[in-house]
Design a protein around this ligand. Sequence first.
Ligand SMILES: NC(=O)c1ccc[n+]([C@@H]2O[C@H](COP(=O)([O-])OP(=O)(O)OC[C@H]3O[C@@H](n4cnc5c(N)ncnc54)[C@H](O)[C@@H]3O)[C@@H](O)[C@H]2O)c1
Length: 378
Amino acid sequence: MVTQVISIIGQGYVGTAVALAAKHAGHKVIGIETHEKKIQDLSNIGYRVTSDYAEIKESDIIILAVPTPLNENREPDLSFIEAACTASKSHLRKNALIINESTSFPGTLRDFIAPILGDQFLYASAPERVDPANEEWNITNTPRLVGGLTPESTKRAKEFYQTIANEVIEVSSPEVAEAAKLFENTFRQVNIALVNEFAQIANRLGISTYETITAAGTKPYGFMKFLPSIGVGGHCIPIDPSYLSYRAGQAGLQAKFIELANQINQNMPEYVAMRIENEFGVKNKTIQIAGIAYKPNVSDIRESPAISLIHILRDMGAEVTWHDIHVKELDKESSNPISKVDIGIICTAHDGVDYSPWQSGLVIDVSTASNLGWPKFL
Ligand SMILES: NC(=O)c1ccc[n+]([C@@H]2O[C@H](COP(=O)([O-])OP(=O)(O)OC[C@H]3O[C@@H](n4cnc5c(N)ncnc54)[C@H](O)[C@@H]3O)[C@@H](O)[C@H]2O)c1
C-alpha cells in the first residue's frame, strides 16, 4: 500500500470515522475542524486535529466531510462546502485529489466544488454511507461508491478507498455516485412513509399492522419489511431526499413521492398525539416520553420526531417530561429518571432502559423495537 497524506475537513461523525479508518490503514491523517470545543474533545483521538487550513498543504488527498443541511425554506444549504473549499484553496498542492463525502445533489462536485477550487486538481465523489450505531455495517464492510471527474481521479480515489474499505465500486461519473446516495435514502424515506400510512389505514380498519407486515414478509421475493414509527429523524432520511427533489425541481420536475413521504412522516407525531387524545385523553395527564434521540443507542436529536411529540402534547395540556440515557439536555431541560406517570410513551427504545416504574400504568410503544412487552400502538 502507498502511504498518503490525507486531510479530512470536518471532524464530525463522518470525518472522524473516515480519519480513524485512514489512520488505521497506515496513512498520515490531519483533521481540519472549525469548532474549537470539538478540537479539544478530539485531542487524544490519535491523529492531529486543527483549525489551521495551512496544515493541509502537503496532502495528497483532501476529503470534505462537512454538514449539508437544509435552509429555512428546506432547500440545500451548501455554505459549509463552500466555506471549506474557500479556506482550502490557497493551501492545496498541484494534483491534489479532492474527494467529496458530504451528501449532496448530482452536480455538486462538477458544478459547485470544482469551479471554486480550479482545474489544477483532481476531483471525485465518494458519498459516505455509514450508519451510526450499526453494529453490523461499518466503513470497512459497507461497499464504497466512487466516481471521479476524470479516469485519473477515479483511479486515485479508488486506490485510497481500497485501503479502508473491503469493496470499492467504480461508477461512470460523480453524478451517479451523488444520485445513488440520495436515491438510497429516498428509498428508505418513501418506504417508511408508506408503512406509516399503512399503520393509519390498518388502525382505522381494526387490523394489526405488525401482524399484517409480518404476514406480508413471508413472501420470499418482492417485499421488504419496514416498521411504522413516530417518524424519521437525524440528518439523513428527513433531509437527503429533499436534495433530490430540489435538483429535480431545478430540472423542471416535481418529485411527488418525496414530497408526499416528507408530509406523511412529518405528520406522525401529530397523528400519534391525536390518537392518544382520542383513545385516552391527554389534558392534565402526566406523560413521560422515553427515548428522544432519533434512533436507538445514539445521542443525536437532530430532527427527532419525539421532540415534536413533546411540544404537541404540551400544547394539548399534558404535563410532559422526558427520559433519555444518551441525551443530557434539550432546550435547557435535563433527562428525568423513568418515574410513575399516567402515560409512558416509548418513542426510541435504547438498550438498557429500565421501564419498571411504568409497569402498572398505561404504556404506549411507538418504537421500532420488537421485544418490549407492550402491544404496539402503530
Ligand atoms: N452522520 C451520518 O450518519 C452520515 C452518514 C452518511 C453521510 N453523512 C453526510 O456526511 C456529511 C457530514 O455529516 P456528519 O454527520 O459528519 O456531520 P457533523 O455535523 O457531525 O460534522 C461536521 C463537522 O464539520 C465541521 N465543519 C463545518 N464547517 C467546517 C469548515 N468549513 N471547516 C472545517 N470543519 C467544518 C463541523 O464543526 C462539524 O464538526 C453530511 O453531508 C452528511 O449528510 C452523514
